[in-house]
Design a binder for this molecule. Structure first.
Ligand SMILES: [Zn+2]
Length: 236
């Protein structure tokens, strides 16, 4: 793996995430053309960037050679096409990239608490398996998201997760009267259920709220400063 211009290069894939320094990927519902052009410049103009209008669903779209660049009502993208770069947009939710270097499949997921509860992470793994992936060949990258340090939620939300994932441990903390949810811990435990090996999981391990000068955070930013950053993976 080598790193150039903030982009990590693997034998057949590239991956990375943007920071606040390059501005927001989106303004309201619209993608920033300049952002997409900037990214295209960094990764090479032969790469076709596909982005999604996310809705906290469990929908995962398969991107084909002639798919549109903007995909609506989906929270996961997957492709086996060369030169496609798949992009998710977040600002506290968990961005996940996946790749299988044997079957040559890549995917990206936007996993917020709603999507996780509904099963988007499981859906993505199942799609990989359906396309022929062996679990031992799936490698996973987890980008910056809000940490357990900063993500206080209602007790009801903790209960929802307890019901959804009864066997899961240590995915929340109680401090005084407040509950803090650890979304990445839940994602990791879902991956463990599928027996994805630890050595195949890489985490950036940065909290978007604690590192708000570097990343946009839905919780930490005000209306005026709010934006969203991109996490992407592409087949070379
Ligand atoms: Zn934090």
């Amino acid at each position: 793996m080598k790193k150039s211009n903030g982009v990590y290069y693997f034998p057949f894939a590239l991956a990375g995430f943007s920071t606040r320094a390059v501005g927001s990927v989106k303004h309201g519902n619209k993608f920033d053309r300049r952002f997409i052009e900037q990214l295209s410049h960094v990764i090479g103009s032969s790469k076709q960037i596909t982005y999604m209008v996310q809705k906290h669903t469990t929908n995962i779209e398969i991107v084909k050679k002639d798919s549109a660049s903007e995909i609506f009502n989906t929270d996961g993208l997957i492709t086996q096409e060369k030169n496609k770069v798949l992009l998710a947009v977040t600002a506290d939710c968990v961005p996940i990239v996946m790749y299988d270097s044997v079957k040559k499949i890549i995917g990206v997921v936007h996993a917020g608490y709603k999507g996780i509860l509904l099963g988007i992470v499981e859906n993505m793994i199942k799609k990989f398996i359906k396309l022929g992936s062996e679990l031992s060949n799936i490698k996973i990258g987890i980008g910056p998201s809000i940490g357990v340090c900063c993500y206080d939620v209602s007790k009801d939300r903790i209960e929802q997760f307890k019901q959804r994932y009864p066997g899961f441990k240590n995915f929340f903390q109680k401090k005084h009267a407040l509950y803090f949810l650890d979304l990445q811990s839940i994602v990791l435990q879902i991956l463990k259920q599928f027996k994805v090996q630890n050595k195949n999981i890489e985490r950036v391990n940065l909290c978007t709220s604690c590192n708000n000068e570097q990343f946009f955070s839905y919780r930490k930013d005000s209306n005026k400063t709010f934006g969203e950053f991109a996490t992407f993976i592409g087949m070379i």
